[in-house]
Write a protein that binds this ligand. Sequence first.
Ligand SMILES: [Zn+2]
Length: 205
Amino acid sequence: MTENMSEKEDIKRKYSYKSTIKKKYNLTDYQIEQAIEKGIIKDYKYVPNPYYSSKESLIINNEELLQHLEEIRKLEKYSEEEIERRKEYNKRSRKISKISFYCPICNAKIRPLRDSYTRDAVLNDEIDYEDAKKVVIVTHFRHIHTDYDKIRKGINNRKLVDKLKEEKTNEAIELAKKHGLLPPNFSKEDYDKVAIRIKQLYGLT
Ligand SMILES: [Zn+2]
């Protein structure tokens, strides 16, 4: 038992967890991966993860790492795949930010919901940003700044829901106009045109 403990202590002193090393020396997973692949780091091992028994953690010899730190730092930070993924992610973020808006009532930046068809249509370059943004504004106002959701809960009749939606969409448009978020001549017909187009794209009509 005691022997085991001291052995553990020795390992602790000699090796560090990959996560610790990454933070301490500002290295990436890919740099460490490459260092091992290229044989720059030879003394490493996998030990049971202290938090998840089903997983393993990589530990690396501190001394060896320090000896080769500069060399490891010169390695590529990200794999081609990671670079591509980052590019794609940034492209998507830029598109979503174009259809996001600042709501003065919420005092917050409002982004389209993750499961929104408008968001999908924009990500797939299927509709105009300006049109999409108007739908995002009206949808937000209808759900958050009218009593649409509250009343809807108590209605089971599809026709009545449609009628309610129409009424509350109008209310949302007028309210958004008051806050200068929509042009004064914007009408429910304008909103419907875009909403129908999005529905058609996804076979919802
Ligand atoms: Zn709001």
